[in-house]
Design a binder for this molecule. Structure first.
Ligand code: FPP
Ligand code: MG
Ligand code: MG
Length: 405
């Protein structure tokens, strides 16, 4: 709040919604079983960045004034949709959900059927004190879009619960990891529980295309994690660097990180009923931002300490992972191939690899590629009408590059 006037706080446009976010997420996680309740809510206690819901809320608000997909009455559009399905039954099953549903404007979303009323807490709409006179008094963010933001946090947190088990991680968000606190079994089950609750919340949005997008994200997270079990597409003992090495890494990075951000941006736009060009722009923003975000994450693993990160540093090499800084270094230093081939498993391998990486411009190339993606994210939304939320999205891309943890 004490920042100078020039600094844009990406939170500003959605501060009220963010204030309720974690409380609302926790309400989705209640269980009658006390230890499940505790394990499920564990990662919602600490200081998270909540970057995914923040982006979903900003995207929801930034696309609010973009062209709508159709001026048809929603009921009529829905009937048409039913007719399309009936007419094509048995003839053509390849109906693209994008085409069929993109002009379905979910007007019900503003009188959401969601049972728990946190998505429509009056406080969010009525305590609003917009500064510029032309700001509409009601929040432009639909209850369904707020719920989507909560769902992205649930899916992300589920993946962290599982990830810390897979990575044998001992800390997360500056505290002991859930696997350390509760053991592997409970941590895995808590993650599954979060996915279950996310699925229920998702189903209640009553939008099949949005369900399909987020269900695909869950599959993509697992696909990304599977790709990561290997460092390269080949199984060779002495892999040689090639362009494909980078492509494999970027594909994995899309699946494990950018898929959730890009597809939830797309879902936010769909729920807002905006036109196809806006939906695509939202997706592209999320995809590029997600790639930039993970590249920076992989860079910080080399440059920051565990204390600074709130989680183990230098962990990737210890886990046998060759991420962008190493892949760029490998292009100049072929001897890294042997270490990649055995996943830095011999004593001293990780340190040797780290020293080589730090003696090349691998870190700088990673930063430059992240910047490239961040710029593409900003370019993707350039046609959005000016708004505080759009500024927030731009600022998120800039902050992604500057972040230190
Ligand atoms: C963090 O990566 C982890 C992810 C981005 C995804 C992990 C996905 C799974 C474990 C698959 C299971 C998925 C679900 C939905 C339950 P990281 O280990 O590089 O980051 P870190 O340093 O924060 O641990
Ligand atoms: Mg991890
Ligand atoms: Mg991991």
């Amino acid at each position: 709040a004490k920042k100078n006037d020039m600094a844009i706080d990406p939170l500003r446009a959605v501060a009220k919604e963010m204030k309720f976010l974690i409380g609302d997420v926790r309400k989705l996680l209640g269980s009658g079983h006390p230890s499940l309740d505790r394990a499920a809510k564990y990662y919602t206690q600490a200081e998270g960045k909540h970057m995914r819901p923040l982006i979903v809320l900003l995207m929801s608000r930034a696309t609010h004034l973009c062209p709508k997909a159709s001026q048809l009455q929603p009921v009529y559009a829905h009937q048409q949709h039913q007719q399309t399905l009936q007419a094509s039954a048995g003839v053509d099953v390849s109906i693209s959900p994008v085409n069929v549903l993109s002009d379905f404007n979910p007007s019900w979303a503003s009188s959401s059927p969601l049972p728990v009323s946190q998505a429509t807490t009056p406080s969010a709409a009525t305590t609003s004190s917009p500064s510029p006179a032309e700001e509409p008094s009601a929040s432009e963010i639909l209850p369904s879009q707020r719920r989507l933001a909560e769902i992205t946090e649930l899916i992300h947190t589920a993946s962290l619960l599982h990830d810390d088990v897979i990575d044998h991680s001992e800390s997360r968000r500056g505290a002991p990891s859930a696997n350390l606190e509760f053991g592997n079994k409970m941590a895995v089950l808590a993650g599954d529980f979060l996915l279950g609750r996310a699925s229920v919340a998702l189903a209640r949005l009553r939008n099949a295309e949005v369900v399909e997008l987020l269900a695909t994200v869950i599959a993509n997270l697992v696909e990304g994690e599977f790709m990561q079990l290997k460092n390269t597409a080949s199984d060779e003992k002495h892999p040689v660097w090639s362009e494909e090495t980078l492509q494999y890494y970027l594909q994995k990075t899309y699946l494990k990180t950018a898929s959730l951000i890009s597809k939830s941006c797309r879902a936010a736009a769909l729920l807002g009923g905006v036109d196809n060009a806006t939906v695509e722009a939202a997706y592209l923003y999320g995809k590029n931002l997600g790639l930039a975000f993970q590249l920076v994450d992989d860079m910080l693993d080399y440059t920051r300490s565990a204390k600074e990160l709130g989680k183990p540093a230098g962990a990737d090499l210890e886990l046998g992972l060759a991420t962008a800084p190493l892949l760029f270094a490998w292009r100049d230093r072929p001897e890294l191939g042997e270490l990649v081939g055995r996943k830095f498993s011999q004593p001293g391998d990780a340190q040797k690899a780290r020293d080589i990486v730090l003696s090349t411009d691998g870190i700088e190339q990673t930063r430059a590629l992240a910047q490239d993606y961040a710029e593409q994210a900003i370019a993707a939304i350039s046609s959005f009408p000016p708004s505080e939320a759009k500024d927030g999205l731009v600022e998120m891309a800039i902050k992604t590059l500057k972040r230190q943890k």
